[in-house]
Design a protein around this ligand. Sequence first.
Ligand code: PEP
Ligand code: MG
Length: 573
Amino acid sequence: MRTVHGIPASTGVARGPWVVLAGADAPVGGRIDRAQTPAEVARLLAARDAAAEELEALAAELMGSGQPEGEIFDAQAMMARDPSLLDAATVAIGEGNDAIAAIRIAATGVADQLRALGDELLAARAADVLDVAERIAARLAGIDRTVSLDVPSIVVADDIPPSIAAGLPRDRLLGMALESGSATSHAAILARAFGIPAVVGAAGLLSAATGDADGNRVAVVDGDSGEIVFEPDAAATARLDDRRAAAERAARQALDEASLPAVTRDGAEVTLLANIGTPAEAERAVALGAKGVGLFRTEFLFVERPTPPTEQEQLEANLAVVEAFRPGPVTIRLLDVGGDKPIPWLPIPPEPNPFLGVRALRLASEQPDVFVTQLRAAMRAAASGGRVKVMAPMVADASDVAVLEGLAERARESLTAEGLPHGDIELGVMLEIPSAVLVAPSFFGRLAFASLGTNDLLQYTLAADRGNAALERYRDPLHPALLRLITSAAKDAEAAGVELSVCGEMAGDPAAALALVGLGVTVLSMAASSLGPVRRAIRNADAAVLRHAAQEAVGAASAGDVRERFEALLAGA
Ligand code: PEP
Ligand code: MG
């Protein structure tokens, strides 16, 4: 028995034989004579075009059958067609490299730039650029990159690039275990979209997965604890089988109960919405009973690529989500980048304190068109008759609300001037900066809704970087300071008649969700996999008890005390 631990990336427990994906043999690059340069450039161009067409066809086929990888290949096709990639490769050929070596040099340069930006999401996109280069290199060498599974298996690999993931037969893919990657890498996103248990970033995985299983030797991947066990002994098998049975029961139960109302035993109704990052996630969220989207993180449409998405592309993405949830609301968040989340085509000078810098809506003074285009795409999606909401991230006060209103005005006027059909959208803000909560009455009257971004609200309230592992003790959203801010927002929202929701991770944590209901928040938006557990917690609780516990919680001395109380209510419920 060999055990390794990694980052839980997709819920559930998979058990079965494992297959180590070594990846297709990479073609080897080499050197050429100067005289071969024009021919080598022509060869590269032909391979690039063929690879881009292959990616476009794959994207169209997958999107046509509603499969989530489609968008990834669409983005990869654009990377393949990006002239700067070809230019850099042409320069490398001019320096004496053959086309295979040259496309790798060019892609490595782009990937290094993306990684240097220090953002997990962009680093994951670096893998895409390299994957595109390998596809082109494989074309140049005439190599087939498809992988087959003979029996239902757990796939073990260093990483699984999207091109390989798409070739895996989904009906035989039991789970994924990867030595590299993070919870936001593509393989992890795909595993969640497929509903397949996955663990990523598991150091030592490949050396523990010695050889392919012969069918009698099994591995277990626990996507909830992050544990991967090869050839478990009898005790571990029994323990993991129990967990697997429990995870399967919970997953079945979440689907079975998806149509039940999220209502407490004493009749308080809660609306459960989904947080999504791509239109591909909509289907699963609908199946799990989300009544709409409380947070559509649009960054995914923007960061996976060297150029911004066109208004038409954004419109199509919006329409896909609106259709999936109709008549439920879809809340599109304006771009939340800058500072710690830079994007290559948006020039932002480096800042000493990016979390406190020119990020999100603060970019509007320099880059208003990015936001106006997003608003236009939202307004045009609303012409379909769906319910479209737009919210601005990182709003600090009433002046920022005026910025949002100005952008919306510009978007509407330009659409009217161009005679393009558009509909009404509801405007709102994220409450994720303490000042916005403190002065909310000064702008609530101008808005249709507000959504508490508790991830950032907690980091700014406790002055604790949300990405710093050393500050774990400041990371529990049940901190009384945060609860006081939420109480204040709920009171002011009620007085102004503004709908208040929570879309931070807090809403998907069953004990914290109960605290939110106790504090008077009745709209909760979360990752699809949290919908089942939160629904159950609410249906087994009494709102009167939660209100009483929440009132006491705001006066507590620590987050630990509050958590103990709500975990006990959860267990006893
Ligand atoms: C938040 O800050 O709580 C939030 C929902 O937004 P993000 O996690 O994308 O910053
Ligand atoms: Mg935020």
